[in-house]
Write a protein that binds this ligand. Sequence first.
Ligand code: ZN
Length: 237
Amino acid sequence: MKALLSGSGLSDTAAAAVVSKIDGAKGRFLFLVDAVLMEMEADPYLLKRVDKAMALSADYEPEDLVALDGSGLSLSRTGHRLRRPAFEALKVMSKAAAAEGLTLLVSSTYRSYGYQENLYARNVAELGALEASRVSAAPGTSQHQLGTVIDFGSITDDFAETKAGRWLDRNAGRFGFSLSFPKGMEELTGYMWESWHYRYIGETAANLQREFFADIQQNLMLFLDQLSRSKDLSAKR
Ligand SMILES: [Zn+2]
């Protein structure tokens, strides 16, 4: 496991922190990893690593996209779509938020490769290539193409200090959602802090992320990517 961690692209400090967590709770770690591996086998895109170094193909489009119109969710516009598992989890989470008097406004969801291509080209034209890559993803490298990502609220830094933003920060993990680009992690994730951008990864993976990976999605994704490539492990299973 230590070799896997150091080979996965985690920084030495991050890998050492994970190893010390595992040493204290090995059974729990293996239980969660095993459960997550089964989920990855059943749904290869749920926990697929997608980042600046690992792109989706231009023709990848999820097969279980569901229209959010008419669902009772709070929507910024018509035409939003999400993959079925993310949609179901969002409904449960929105209900829980509503019970506390909060509205989770859905502002951006699934984006096709072609849409991302246009958006990125527009950003490059307006901001230049360097800044465009900090605030948006090149086609194929956006998590939004997975159909499991939601941008909430204003899609600005102010969102973090709203009631909904603070509630999500504390509670999203319970419903299987994970903040993709945390504050101060630009060097690791490649993106500026996005307090509004949550990826659905499932409750088990969210627990694994919180308990063993300092709640940092990118480190979990690097590890799982390495793990799923590991011949040792597939031979063991
Ligand atoms: Zn986003």
